[in-house]
Design a protein around this ligand. Structure first.
Ligand code: GDP
Ligand code: CA
Length: 325
């Protein structure tokens, strides 16, 4: 009997950090001649704007895998222009603080058109994915609309994108909610992929608003808890700092310390009802290993700067080693 090449990998990922990590996973698997990974992307960031459906985290990963991202600006499509956006602003349509690139709008129009024709978001993403050789299977976490809302102390709420993009996360939140998520079904194929995997990797994405919504889909959380795969998380916090973005504000809001130990404790050990078998921390945080092991989580240490796909592939290899694959 010829054994199948492994490992079979599932990645849970948010947008820009998730996309960079996914490129490293693809590179590591190519080096091993292993099957392509399945990437389950956060859809909590999704929104309706000017009549079109945006899936920012899904698209960040799609564009990165397709080699179409604007790597200088850090989001959107390479070589994009903003002619339609200027026209929308002139009409007073949409949000003045949320730029829609012309090429990016092409994606949103295609998506919205297909949704109107009755396709599900997963079917739409499968069509969008067919345009380029992605080297991975990309799935939304769910086909249900569960856009993240930010809740404030005075009881008011705001769409996540307004808080993040317009207010740059400067208004202190008390909680994050995804209305309807308790009844949301995982996208077709997601649970099976997790069940059949050898390794489930938690990208170093925002633990609260990127990984949080994915793990709030009840059947996805259950699949991660019950899989025979090793579940390995990668810290997005290096030396007590979020590398980029404002994840620290999200962690503080839910009472989690911005440190690799704090986030490990938030996800918890699988040995007592949590999610993690192992947690990969940065070399700068090597001294925190004991504290992580004390949580019942195996700790592993590696350089965690995702400078390019090759460096990120090394980091993914360290996660594979922690998983014993
Ligand atoms: P978003 O949806 O675009 O905000 O992106 P993600 O949630 O997927 O990822 C954002 C997170 O990635 C940030 O909060 C950082 O903690 C993390 N991050 C970004 N760059 C790096 C890096 O080079 N190394 C590590 N370990 N984490 C990173
Ligand atoms: Ca995001």
């Amino acid at each position: 009997m010829v054994s199948s090449p492994g490992p079979r990998v599932v990645v849970l990922a948010g947008g820009v950090g998730g996309a960079k990590f996914t490129l490293g996973v693809r590179e590591a698997l190519r080096r091993r001649h292993a099957p392509q990974a399945t990437v389950i992307a956060n859809t909590g960031d999704d929104l309706w704007l000017s009549g079109v459906r945006l899936q920012p985290d899904v698209d960040s990963i799609l564009y990165a895998l397709a080699g179409q991202s604007d790597t200088v600006r850090g989001w959107g499509r390479a070589g994009d222009t903003e002619r339609v956006n200027e026209e929308l602003q002139a009409w007073g349509a949409g949000w003045p603080w949320f730029t829609l690139g012309d090429l990016d709008l092409g994606t949103h129009l295609a998506r919205t058109g297909w949704l109107r024709e009755g396709l599900t978001p997963s079917q739409v993403l499968s069509r969008l994915s067919a345009r380029w050789p992605l080297g991975a299977t990309l799935l939304p976490m769910t086909d249900d609309e569960v856009d993240t809302r930010v809740l404030f102390g005075d009881g008011s709420r705001m769409h996540f994108q307004e808080w993040w993009t317009r207010h740059r996360a400067t208004i202190a939140p008390v909680a994050f909610e995804n209305p309807g998520i308790a009844a949301a079904a995982p996208a077709p194929g997601a649970v099976d992929a997790i069940a059949a995997a050898d390794v489930v990797l938690l990208a170093p994405s925002n633990p609260v608003v990127s990984l949080g919504p994915i793990l709030a889909v009840p059947e996805l959380a259950e699949a991660v808890r019950s899989t025979r795969a090793r579940v390995v998380g990668v810290s997005g916090i290096i030396g007590g700092r979020v590398v980029r973005g404002m994840a620290d504000v999200c962690l503080t809001a839910i009472g989690v310390e911005t440190s690799c130990v704090g986030v490990a404790g938030h996800f918890g050990s699988r040995t007592d009802g949590g999610l993690l078998d192992a947690w990969l921390i940065a070399s700068e945080d090597a001294a925190s290993s004991t504290a992580i092991e004390r949580l019942g989580i195996r700790s592993a240490v590696a350089p965690l700067w995702m400078t390019d796909a090759s460096a990120t592939a090394e980091m993914v290899e360290a996660a594979f080693a922690a998983a014993g694959v």
